[in-house]
Structure formats: structure tokens, C-alpha cells
Design a protein around this ligand. Structure first.
Ligand code: IFM
Length: 765
């Protein structure tokens, strides 16, 4: 297979505004959902002279460390989980004559970097100068296979530029905790390391390691093989197995060495130790009798399939086009694909937020997968089912009789939020998961998922809210209220009746009711003990849910007391004081009308029906001036809201900023990892914003409003068993049914009943 390189799919160093090392390590990281490798200086190893935060991250492979509280109250999480930063597989040790890169400081200058998003291959050229002034070029190609989840491939080409001398290439990975020399000081970054151990397993024909964690009691395995001129398996001076080759390097002559790593799954420690042999046999198989090239090609084929179904082609806006592709590429690179893991908020490109999963997955990333890769969306949702029992325990430990309390942030399902006001108090996470399940079911009609997994989550999350909330009188009317919670906006905490939360919970309750008949007298409802009495109470709570509203201004109120607070005049704040969270005491922010991110506006976006455009416009005009967008999850949401109320220019501005969050490093912290939620939100900006999609209660409608500079936008989606392709022009939509039997969709008010007999239609708007 030969894939022609197309510039529209290349992230090229020269087109990036920043050339800062840590930022580039993130942007050019390669990942496949199982593991991710930062784009380090390949000679770095554990040498403290080099600057960077290299490392290998395995999704779901973490260790605990004890959280140090000044005052530790009952129920606070004891341990934080932090994704392990493992040895950097890019590392290579090179000796030239009597100079050794692991001892002497070789100066490494980047000449070129290019990520080909069509194949997932990173191509780099470095110019390396030894202390004695010998110069050689180091050409590195690498990829994380999306075809074989374990496989990481790296190939080095070495070309002496100004010398003929002995060259020795050594590839040994004899440390487990990757050292970094980051100078980052940001509360959002957790530089804690797990307690890891690396054991060399003898008796294999290639280096094989057992990696284990001390506290979380997990284990994984890693093995690698290599090939190249004179490359042999050997023991280095520390008695560590690896590969080396010695040859006489000649000016201008390139020698190539390639290595394939097989990076194992994450097992309970005992299994990893007991079955290490068996696991290693399997891991070896993945990299035996194959080559860098054939693994790369197999992976590139999968990338081709990804782009076929998931690409969004924009005509008329090349910069936005490239950023959008980068975002989609990163989303696929980051998504756990094994049903046991989810998508860390920073993908697998860095250890920002400790490798934790948040609501970012369900609300901001999952829609992209639901519509373009429903099988993967199901796997991602399965992580929540796998951790349901932990969530149930958390609810009872919290003091409730039942229900499931999902963690605000976690890897293994146990709450890991050390700051509860902007963490555990964000109980909307439960309803966010229930909302995502309903979205998935609406689009796929996957009965197996709803019957065996989804409904149970919907019921248990609803039960949790029935315990948290209560019936009370407000203005003499009986209401269901949910007090002392934090909504999405992290500049307001522990409030009463957060509009977003209450609206989401109401929806969660309605879902229990909606499917109650379907599950009547089933094994599941018996197991759950769901009685008509309980269902009636849930219905009553949904009917009476309190949704705060300002009758004077006629806007939805972010929370019951939001009106009483003073506005923070954002125009008076120095630009250097943003994000505010790094410069103000939280209580200064909690006491003011200032938003970190879309909160009530997100509710408007997620529940588009039932409001007039005027009402949405009022909400937008009220919340937009008080929102700082200090969270990268905010601008795309405002872009959708602006598109819906016809503020096209504002919508485009928000969208183009959101979409370039990482490419432009606009939050100045891409160094710690990509903003995966923001990447997904940008896709939502196209889909729900400019294409104007609303998919509600079984009706799929589209009311496009293209940005002025776009000639067209083209994308595919799955709906039930069918796949469609849409091309939206300024006044026309072309839609074709590509596979499946078709369903009714409505475009700009016109019903389109596409089927195999008439699979195409053009709608003017
Ligand atoms: O989940 C988000 C939250 O909404 C804002 N702070 C960062 C988190 C992780 O992305």
C-alpha cells in the first residue's frame, strides 16, 4: 500500500508558531489509546542535563500516592491516582569514538518534524553535535500502532556529517520511572511519581521486563526486538539486557536500526507475576516475524478507515481545516479501545490531571465517536459500567442507602479529587454519564447496551440524586431541590440548585421513566428492586424539579443565589492575571458573578428544544460577558450557542479559538498534554453549531448556518444501521445514504426519506 502524502494531513514543525520543547513533546506525541509516547529528545534517557518531560504512559496504569491534607475530614479521598510515567522508548544511547551520549552532553538540534496524520507516522531529523565537535544526523521515524494495540515502532537512521569513526548504538531500557526536568509550576499538573519496580525477566531472546506498582498493585509487561547492521542481543556494563551494534561510521553513509516494542495490558499484580510467561509469549508474537514497515502499513490502513468515516472536510478555511484534523487525530489517538479504559483529559500525551478521566469524555468527546465510530463509543461507555460497583460503594460510603456516586475524577473509579468544592461536589457527573448513554442509544438503537448495561447505570445514578436531593417548598410551591453542589463552572462552588445540574438530573429521572415499561418484570428490574412506588417518586421529582429563573431579566439563573452576587468587572483585570484560578483565592471568585466556563449555556446547548430563540439570546447575552473561558471546554459551547441564535461572526470566532486550543497553545499549558475535551468540543462546534444538528427523541434535524468564509463542509455519520454523507453548501445540503436501510431525517424543515432505491437528495435552504 502506498499512501500519497497530502499537505492537508501534515502537522509540520515549520507551520507551528511555538517551537518550545515541552509543547512540541505534546503536539508530536504518538498514541493509540492503550499507550502514548511523548516526543522527547531521543538521546535524553534519564540524563538530567536534558530539558523535557519525556515518558511512556499506559492508559489505566497508575499508582497511588497519599494525599497530604492540612486538615483531613471524614470521607476525603485518601489516595490520589497518578498515571505512571514510564521509561521513554524513544531513548537511544550513541557512542562516537570515545564520547558517550549517556555521559557526555551531546547537543541535539531539531531540524525537522512532521506528523503524517494519514498514517500516524512521526518523521524527525535531528542534528547532533558531540562535545568534541563531531556532527551527525539522527533521523527518527516512530508510530503507535492503531492496528495492534501493543505495538510501538521506532526506527533510527544515523548519518555522520563531518567524521569517520567508530559508532556504537545501544538500546537498553534499564529504568522504570522516567526522570523529567520540567520547571512547570501549575496546580493542574501533578508531578508525583508512583512507586514502580522493573524486573528483567531472563530466559527470553529479547529484553523483557515486568513493571509493577507498589501501592496500586498493578503489573504490565514490556518487550522489544530490534534489527539493523551488526545488531546483537547483549548485556551492558550494568548487566542489563538490550541491543547494540558497533560499526565504523563513514561520512555521509546512513545506517538504520529499527525496534518494535510490545507493551502489555494492565493486570492485577498477582496475575502479571504469575502469568508473565504466557503474557510474554503473546506479546512476542505481535512483534515476531514482522518489521517496522509492515506494522506501520497495517496501522496506516486503520488510520485510512478512520479518516474515511470520521474526516470533516472544510472548503475555504485551510488553517481551521488542519486544526480540526489534528483534533480528530488526537481524539482517536487518545481513546481507550479495550472497554476497560476511557479517555484521559490530557489524552496519553502528558500527565496533566494525573491521567484522570472526567466528564470531558461523556459530554465533549463521546458525541464524535457515537456518530462516527459507534463501536468504539460503546467501549468507552463500558468503562463506566465496569466501575459501576465502585460508584455504588462510594454512594453507600457517603452515607446513602443506595445509588451510584461516580467520581469527579479518577482512573480506577475511586474518587481522586483532593479539592472537593471543585471536585467531588460536581455531582452532575452522574447525569452526564446517563445523558451520554441516552445519546448513544438514540443514535445506535443498541438494545444490547441499554438492556445489559445502560439502564442499570441510569437507574443507579437517578437513585443517587433521589438521595442527595429532597422535596421542599420554594415560594410556597413544592419542588425537588438539589443543594450544595458545584455545577460545571468552577468559579462558583457548593451552590444551591445549579440550573445545569438540576436540568441534567431531571433528564436522568425522565430516562428512568422512559424505559420503565420496557424493563417491567424483567430480570434486571427484579435485580434492581425497582418498584412502582420508587418509579412514582422519581417521576414526581422530575415533574417538580426546581430550575432557577430570573423573572425580571428573563434568564435562566446559574444557581438559586447567582443574582445576589456582584459582577466581576473583567475589563479591569490585567491580561496576565488570567486564568483567574492561578491568581485569586477561590472564595474571591465564588462570591462573584464570573464564570470559568459555560454552565447554564451548556444546558441550553444540550437541551435545544423547548426554548424560543429570544430566550436563548437573553441567556447568551447575560452569560457571555461574565465568562472568562479559563477552561478550554468553554469556547466551543459558546460557539454552538452563538450559531443557534444567529450570531454567526461571534460563533466563528469562538469556534476558531476553541479548535486551535492546542495547535496555538492558547491556554499556555499544552506542554502538560493536549486538551482532549476541547478537541471533541470543536467537532461538536461543527456538528451542533454550523451544521445545526439536533437529535432529540428519535428525530434527527439539521438547520445549517455555515460560517461566511466556508464554501462547504462535508462529513459522514452513522444513524442506526445506516451511514450518511452530508455536504453542506451556503444554501444547499447534499445528502446520500451510503449503507444501511435509511431512516427519516429532516433538513431545513424538509423530510428526507432516503433508502436504497433513492439514496440521494438535495435540499435547498
Ligand atoms: O473537567 C474539566 C473541568 O470542567 C474544568 N477543569 C478541567 C477539567 C479537566 O479537563
Amino acid at each position: 500500500m502506498r499512501i500519497e502524502q497530502r499537505p492537508e494531513f501534515q502537522i509540520h514543525l515549520q507551520n507551528l508558531k511555538s517551537k518550545e520543547q515541552l509543547y512540541l513533546e505534546t503536539i508530536f506525541s504518538v498514541a493509540n489509546g492503550h499507550f502514548g509516547v511523548r516526543d522527547s529528545n531521543p538521546l535524553q534517557g534519564n540524563n538530567p542535563n536534558y530539558r523535557g518531560t519525556p515518558g511512556l504512559f499506559i492508559n489505566g496504569f497508575y499508582d497511588y500516592y497519599e494525599i497530604q491534607y492540612g486538615e483531613k475530614y471524614t470521607g476525603y479521598p485518601v489516595n490520589d491516582q497518578v498515571i505512571n510515567r514510564l521509561c521513554d522508548p524513544r531513548y537511544i544511547r550513541i557512542k562516537i569514538g570515545d564520547e558517550d551520549s549517556s555521559v557526555n552532553y551531546f547537543k541535539v538540534d531539531t531540524v525537522d518534524k512532521n506528523m503524517d496524520m494519514q498514517t500516524g507516522m512521526l518523521h524527525e531529523i535531528f542534528s547532533v553535535t558531540t562535545p568534541q565537535g563531531k556532527i551527525f544526523n539522527l533521523i527518527v521515524e516512530s508510530f503507535a500502532s492503531v492496528e495492534a494495540a501493543n505495538v510501538y515502532g521506532i526506527k533510527y537512521g544515523i548519518v555522520p556529517i563531518n567524521f569517520d569513526d567508530e559508532v556504537e548504538v545501544i538500546k537498553v531500557h534499564d529504568y522504570v520511572n522516567q526522570k523529567t526536568s520540567s520547571t512547570v509550576s501549575d496546580v493542574r499538573v501533578n508531578e508525583s511519581q508512583g512507586h514502580l519496580q522493573l524486573d528483567f525477566l531472563d530466559g527470553y531472546e529479547q529484553p523483557s521486563y515486568l513493571l509493577t506498582t507498589y501501592k496500586s498493585q498493578q503489573g504490565s509487561l514490556l518487550t522489544f526486538n530490534g534489527s539493523g547492521p551488526k545488531l546483537t542481543y547483549f548485556k551492558d556494563e550494568n548487566n542489563h539486557w538490550g541491543y547494540h551494534a558497533t560499526y565504523f561510521g563513514k561520512k555521509g553513509t546512513q545506517k538504520e536500526f529499527e525496534f518494535l516494542f510490545s507493551i502489555g495490558a494492565v493486570y492485577p499484580l498477582v496475575n502479571a507475576q504469575m502469568y508473565a510467561d504466557q503474557y510474554l509469549v503473546k506479546l512476542n508474537e505481535d512483534i515476531k516475524n514482522t518489521s517496522f514497515k509492515s506494522e506501520l502499513m497495517a496501522s496506516a490502513q486503520v488510520w485510512q478507515t478512520f479518516w474515511l468515516h470520521s474526516d470533516v472536510e472544510i472548503d475555504g478555511d485551510p488553517e481551521v481545516q488542519l486544526s480540526l484534523r489534528f483534533n480528530l487525530f488526537e481524539l482517536y489517538q487518545s481513546a481507550g479501545k479495550d472497554s476497560h479504559t476511557s479517555i484521559p483529559a490530557k489524552g496519553l500525551s502528558g500527565n496533566g490531571y494525573g491521567g484522570h478521566y472526567f466528564w470531558d469524555t461523556e459530554i465533549f468527546m463521546l458525541p464524535f465517536f457515537i456518530y462516527t465510530n459507534p463501536e468504539l463509543a460503546k467501549k468507552i461507555l463500558m468503562y463506566r459500567y465496569e466501575t459501576l460497583s465502585v460508584a455504588e460503594q462510594q454512594s453507600t460510603q457517603f452515607g446513602f442507602k443506595g445509588g451510584a456516586m461516580y467520581p469527579w475524577r479518577s482512573i480506577n473509579g475511586v474518587e481522586a479529587s483532593a479539592y472537593w468544592p471543585a471536585g467531588t461536589a460536581q455531582i452532575h457527573i452522574d447525569a452526564d454519564i446517563a445523558y451520554a448513554i441516552e445519546q448513544y442509544y438514540e443514535v445506535t438503537g443498541d438494545d444490547d447496551f441499554l438492556d445489559n448495561y445502560g439502564y442499570e447505570i441510569i437507574v443507579e445514578t437517578a437513585r443517587f440524586y433521589m438521595e442527595w436531593g429532597n422535596f421542599a417548598k420554594i415560594n410556597d410551591q413544592r419542588r425537588f431541590v438539589i443543594n450544595r453542589v458545584t455545577g460545571p463552572d468552577e468559579y462558583s462552588a457548593v451552590v444551591d440548585n445549579n440550573y445545569f445540574t438540576n436540568k441534567m438530573v431531571k433528564f436522568n429521572f425522565r430516562m428512568v421513566q422512559k424505559y420503565a415499561k420496557r424493563f417491567e418484570n424483567t430480570e434486571l428490574s427484579k435485580r434492581l428492586g425497582l418498584s412502582p412506588k420508587e418509579l412514582n417518586r422519581i417521576k414526581e421529582a422530575a415533574d417538580l424539579m426546581y430550575l432557577p429563573f430570573d423573572n425580571e431579566k428573563k434568564v435562566k439563573l446559574q444557581d438559586q443565589n447567582f443574582k445576589q452576587m456582584n459582577k466581576l468587572d473583567l475589563s479591569k483585570i490585567d491580561n496576565n492575571d488570567f486564568p483567574l484560578l492561578l491568581h485569586y483565592h477561590p472564595l474571591m471568585l465564588y462570591r462573584s458573578q464570573v464564570n470559568k466556563q459555560a454552565d447554564t449555556i451548556l444546558a441550553d446547548v444540550l437541551f435545544p428544544s423547548g426554548y424560543s430563540e429570544d430566550e436563548l439570546m437573553r441567556d447568551f447575552d447575560f452569560y457571555e460577558p461574565i465568562t472568562t473561558h479559563d477552561s478550554s471546554l468553554s469556547q466551543a459551547v459558546f460557539a454552538i450557542a452563538a450559531a443557534r441564535v444567529g450570531k454567526q461572526d461571534q460563533s466563528y470566532n469562538f469556534f476558531s479559538q476553541a479548535i486551535q486550543t492546542d495547535i496555538l497553545n492558547s491556554h499556555h499549558n499544552t506542554a502538560n498534554g493536549i486538551h482532549a475535551g476541547s478537541l471533541g468540543a470543536a467537532w461538536e462546534g461543527v456538528f451542533y453549531g454550523f451544521a445545526g444538528v439536533i437529535n432529540n427523541a428519535g428525530t434527527f434535524t439539521m438547520n445549517p448556518k455555515l460560517p461566511a468564509r466556508w464554501n462547504s463542509v462535508k462529513f459522514r455519520i452513522f444513524l442506526y444501521d445506516s451511514e450518511y454523507i452530508f455536504t453542506i453548501y451556503e444554501h444547499e445540503v447534499h445528502v446520500s445514504l451510503l449503507s444501511g436501510t435509511g431512516t427519516t431525517i429532516t433538513i431545513a424543515g424538509a423530510k428526507c426519506d432516503l433508502d436504497n432505491e433513492s439514496p440521494e437528495q438535495v435540499v435547498k435552504y
